[in-house]
Design a protein around this ligand. Sequence first.
Ligand code: COA
Length: 690
Amino acid sequence: MSGRVHITNEKGLRILWLDHPPVNALSSDLRLGLLTAITDAASDDSVKALALIGKSDKFCAGADIKAFGGGPQHPRIPELAEALEGMGKPSVALIDGFALGGGLELALGCTARIATHRARIGLPEIEIGIFPSGGGLQRLPRLIEFNAALDLIISGRKIGAAEAAELGIVDLCVKPENLITTVHKVLARDDITCRLPVTSTSIADTPSNRDALENARKRFTRSGRILSSQQTILDRLEQSLGQPYAVEIKVDAEVSRALLQSPQSKALRHLFSAERKAGRSAEDLPAVDVPRTVGIAGGGTMGGGIALATAQAGIRVALFDPDEGARQRLKKRISAFRDGQLAKGRISATEGDAFVNRIAIVDTLEGLCNAELVIEAVIEDLSVKQALFTRLQDICALECVFASNTSYLDLDAMAATLSRPERLIGLHFFSPAEVMPLLEIVKGGLSSDWAFATGAAYSRKLGKRGVLMSACPGFAANRSRFPMMNEARLLLEDGASPVQVDRVFRTFGFPMGPFETNDLTGLDILVKGHAFIPAELRPGRQSELPFAMVDAGRIGQKANKGWYRYEEGNRKPIADPDLEQLLNAFREEKRIIPRKFSDEEVLQRCLYAAVNEAGRVVLEGVVTRPGDMDVIWVNGFGFPREKGGILHWSYGIGFAEIAEIIDRDFRPEDPARWPVCDFSSLGEIIGIVK
Ligand code: COA
């Protein structure tokens, strides 16, 4: 049986315990158990009131996502909420952990909601491409102010109990140990439990409601990005204005069934599961503790960002940089980060102080002696990193795990200089490390399971989208992106413009195109890093344009000119006629006769190059599952989430078609640049996983 209800009785209060590990998702068994228990309680005179609570300190994570696709089964969530409302007795939802989606919809059927301070509450259905059709869309705007309800539904934002209480979703916030005793007190007072059912009124059709919907539509039109589920939310709310609950809840159910079949919802649900699997190995890894203190060697952009991310997760940090100026800059960066979090209301002043105090900036490597994990973020030079780890092994405890944040260097060559090479792994962060969700957790040829598991535990604690993988040149992410960036630059060499290529990427759904990205990160950095990129990642014709750009001083935003020009103090890229001169001179020198490219060819050349390499990474077994590449592309490179990731998207197009286009249009010109990917085997693997 998947999920059941446990029943206890306390002085006229019947308590129904939701029990469906790990998150009390509303499986059909659990829903049936709840309906039976609610009906029993309604007809039992000894029951004066009902309380719903979740086992394991979690109320409920909503509808059972893993059972989606099996069609609707009686009873649906609205029937449960309606049964609660129809009991003629008070009912209270006791929310600890989280009440999300259907969990909140169930709680909205109760006459009152009491939450612990640590509870998270929300209707996150848009994250999986649907909308709160189990009553959330109808009930929340009837319970709280319309604008606030619209914001929560359309953003899928999860809020804390304090905000939920302010908005009127939660009636009381209490300590976890007081949840049940508080119900007795509330029932004795008989105040907040004497409410009318939320569904007793229709959503009032006031001008402010229409204005709010209109404003939301305008906002989405301006941004140019709206998910089908968000469009549906606006449409359904508009159609529901002034209409009775009983009619609209049925329409919601029908619309939701259709939305579940949409490519967007399928893509988002694929990512939901892929993101949870990516941080797990196919084999069982040993159980390890999360490191209590993390040492970081190197306080540059990366090292500082890793320190911020680590301290934010509540882990103590020892951050080493030998340079006094760098240490001063780090202090300022840490304070500025704390101030930013405070200003956004994400932390309290006390939490801000605790955050700053968790980071010790040290001026000797010996200052890292207490760390249980040390991450190096020094310059990309093998001998420097080898020397650093050799010194660290004399300073740190034997059990301390060492990790390199290298992008391209050989982990085994680094480990080989250690007396215990198995303690070293790769932890490849993306910049800015305190913001970017992706983390590559890399097992070198010499790394032990224990060191690898420590990397995975650390990543989970940081709340990163960790992807476990074995080492290969460039690791899975950069290796699969590198050919795409090369194709984009070759397109320019051959006649396309940055404006065209970037427009194609944006239209596809990337937040910015490859050239806008280059200008942001700096072409000087790109050219400097080029020396470290292994030869295996540079087969066939490679664009030399970045070198010509740097020679001409066009290094990006910081020089106000790169692939675009920029006005002082403004980051908006402006097409630059001067670039045309540089491109023409470059083409003449290389004897390239420029030609025009259709937008379709731009997209295919760039993205199929990435698909080709991502497929090879999967087939070589670098990552465990094809979905891991999707997690990487969505969380590391801004691939549009609603398309499900590079392999989910391309599988939908058809690998046979992609292979044919590569064979016919791209490979013949430069076979080395388009190494063969066995698309039919890749298709078989994905077919089995799906
Ligand atoms: N239905 C089915 N399974 C669910 C689920 C749901 N609504 N929510 C979470 N799970 C599963 C996860 O898939 C994972 O299963 P796995 O171990 O087999 O991979 C497990 O519960 C733990 O989830 P995870 O996300 O790893 O745990 P967490 O503690 O980090 O986060 C939640 C817990 C509930 C906050 C998070 O899982 C979440 O946001 N879930 C989705 C909630 C939602 O969208 N509800 C509306 C559904 S329409």
